[in-house]
Design a binder for this molecule. Structure first.
Ligand SMILES: Nc1ncnc2c1ncn2[C@@H]1O[C@H](COP(=O)(O)OP(=O)(O)OP(=O)(O)O)[C@@H](O)[C@H]1O
Ligand SMILES: [Mg+2]
Length: 621
């Protein structure tokens, strides 16, 4: 319910008791009344306006939402009681007597606060009904309460403590001046039996004299934060089980935790709960040490300085502002990016985090942050943040056989991949993203393998010309017509290989015992060849059937439109090296998800295999 009501701000309607309805409507009216008064409107006029608003609210409550009872058994009794309370309250409150100035009227406040040098991970939110500066120059927070019975000032009330402490912090942050007290302005909804006595009572808690309030708040705040982080937390119902005072004090002093209880008993030199609580209750009015530390370390949201924070804190607190609880786990500093890993709170929706990427980029002052929610094979959430200074990996050691070095992982390991299992590799990325450098690194490795044929098709004419006549390079073409006939030749080779396989009753090159070399067909800039129908057909045939007879294609293209990357191509090229793309939509064509638009260029890639997506830095061999 805390999550629903406080963090998400959802409200759930149930039926209301008559005193509830009266309280709500009177609040609306009083809000208007104090606003008008603050504007300097004449008293009678302010009351009239206020009453209209309050009555309108009352009328908007349909009968089926009201649980009529002895306080009001029907609509007309409700209206009567409401008018009694509304006018009675204004009369008895008599604000002019000791109030000098109205400072705030039911303003929704939200501030981040720091206590004992630590920023509380969730900002405080709330509103005070009325804040005044009084003739004694003190700031008082005033809360209108419509009650069935007056509160007993001698007993501790968890609700009031919590409300008081929230308002204390919020009003202080808002006004930059410490409030003196919170005053519960209680108006009794039911008529007193002796009609002469007052329906109205003030109950004041002076902050500097109430350490309990702050002690209570800190334990409660810790527990809520832990609960949001998915840790075990015990949050008692203060109105249940125990009588209030005992339960609250037990809670504050953590008597529910055996170790803490033993510590507390030792300190207080007692051996049982009763004696312990007796001691504490006697001391509860004492001037508090907490308030001192609070006043020293308090900053309001407005003066909160993200600049002094580490990056891991910036991310944590930025998301905390939005009600998302994360706990920093660890970080990995890679050559191009640093990965920050966090443990999410229970029930956190992964897709929610991604919508805050802009906010995080703003506070970290770095664009291109990629969010991994979750990080593959883990329960953690990752934020990949580009490093200010980028370093490129050294050339990797050569691995055996067809395991080619694709790129360096963020951990600095080399990712090797058996290029035959691709079985065909699609390489894409905008101009200058590193496609050709990547193709070249693969070609150089293929040139070192025995018994391999390399076919290079280079419609851009310059990207692969350096390899013409190189080891294993059996064909290099740049002219469109020659490319077309070479590709058609390859289809013929493929068909011949199939008949050979059939004759020897084998299914593929691995089972075949005769002479059959692996062939790698590298095409730089596929889009340039789209116009040739025969070319396209040949590529498609090779992609569909090449694998079994040892023919593998590596196809590069700048363009990621679905027109170029057709469904047929997508099916036959399940393995993809995706370099920086212009837009998230391009990334989606290639990877079925965004992310490639966040890459840094110069060989920074997302490598998609059947295992998933991995970020790699390509080698410039
Ligand atoms: N792995 C890498 N390491 C370091 N620098 C690289 C790497 N890959 C690319 N670069 C740098 O980026 C430049 C452009 O790379 P490349 O020529 O491969 O781009 P491209 O994607 O082929 O672009 P186009 O589509 O225009 O042909 C290179 O000249 C080089 O300076
Ligand atoms: Mg290129």
């Amino acid at each position: 319910m805390f999550r629903v009501g406080y963090l998400n701000g959802d409200r759930i309607d149930t039926t209301y008791s008559p005193s509830n309805v009266i309280g709500k409507c009177c609040h609306e009216g009083l809000k208007k009344y104090f606003e008008k008064t603050q504007e300097g409107i004449e008293e009678g006029e302010a009351i009239k306006k206020a009453y209209e608003i309050a009555k309108m609210h009352l009328d908007s409550h349909s009968d089926n939402l009201i649980g009529y009872n002895t306080i009001a058994s029907n609509r007309s009794k409700l209206e009567e009681r409401f008018a009694f309370c509304f006018f009675g309250y204004i009369k008895d409150f008599g604000y002019k007597n000791n109030i000098k100035e109205i400072l705030l009227v039911e303003k929704m406040l939200e501030h981040k606060i720091k206590v004992d040098g630590k920023l509380l991970p969730i900002p405080l939110k709330g509103s005070a009904d009325l804040v005044t500066r009084d003739k004694d120059n003190k700031i008082r927070i005033r809360d209108h309460k419509f009650v069935k019975n007056f509160s007993n000032p001698e007993s501790i009330d968890a609700g009031k403590l919590m409300q008081g402490v929230f308002n204390f912090f919020l009003v202080w942050a808002e006004l930059k001046e410490q409030p003196y007290s919170i005053v519960f302005e209680e108006f009794k909804v039911t008529q007193n039996r002796d009609k002469g006595s007052s329906q109205f009572k003030e109950f004041e808690i002076v902050f500097s004299e109430n350490s309990l309030m702050f002690d209570f708040f800190y334990r409660f705040y810790d527990d809520i934060t832990n609960a949001l982080l998915g840790k075990q937390a015990y949050i008692p119902n203060f109105y249940g089980i125990y009588d209030r005072e005992v339960s609250i004090l037990s809670y504050i002093y953590k008597l529910d935790i055996v170790k803490e209880r033993e510590k507390q008993f030792k300190k207080a030199k007692v051996d049982n709960v009763t004696d312990f609580l007796k001691k504490k209750i006697q001391k509860r009015g004492a001037m508090l040490k907490y308030l001192e530390s609070v006043s020293k370390n308090f900053v309001s949201g407005k003066t909160l300085n993200y600049k002094d924070m580490t990056i891991q804190d910036k991310i944590k607190f930025k998301l905390a502002e939005h009600g998302i609880g994360l706990e920093f786990d660890s970080m990995v500093v890679g050559g191009s990016v640093t990965l920050y890993r966090y443990e999410p709170s229970i029930g956190l929706k992964m897709s929610r985090i991604e919508s805050f990427v802009k906010d995080i980029e703003q506070v970290v002052e770095t664009s291109g942050i990629r969010i991994l929610a979750p990080i593959k094979d883990s329960g953690l959430i990752g934020f990949e943040i580009p490093n200010k200074q980028r370093t490129f990996p050294d050339s990797p050691p050569r691995n055996a056989g067809f395991e080619l070095a694709i790129g360096a992982t963020i951990m600095g390991d080399t990712k090797y991949y058996d290029i035959r299992t691709a079985p065909h590799l699609l390489v894409s990325g905008s101009s200058g993203s590193g496609k050709s450098v990547f193709l070249n690194s693969l070609i150089k490795q293929l040139m070192q393998i025995d018994n391999v044929d390399i076919h290079l098709f280079d419609p851009k004419q310059v990207e692969m010309s350096q390899f013409e006549g190189g080891n294993n390079v059996v064909d290099y073409q740049y002219n469109h017509d020659s490319i077309q006939s070479s590709l058609m030749n390859l289809v013929e080779v493929m068909n011949n290989r199939y008949s050979e396989l059939r004759k020897s009753k084998t299914r593929n090159i691995e089972e075949f015992s005769g002479e059959m070399k692996y062939k790698f067909v590298v095409i730089d800039e596929f889009a340039d060849l789209m116009a040739g129908e025969n070319t396209l057909n040949a590529i498609q045939l090779l992609a569909q059937k090449g694998r079994a007879c040892g023919i593998h294609i590596i196809l590069a293209t700048q363009r990621a439109s679905t027109k170029i990357i057709s469904g047929d191509i997508k099916v036959n090229f399940p393995t993809r090296a995706v370099f920086k793309m212009a837009k998230a939509v391009d990334s989606r064509v290639m990877l079925d998800e965004g992310g490639a638009e966040k890459l840094l260029g110069k060989g920074d890639m997302l490598f998609l295999t059947s295992e998933g997506i991995e970020r790699l830095q390509g080698f410039n061999l």
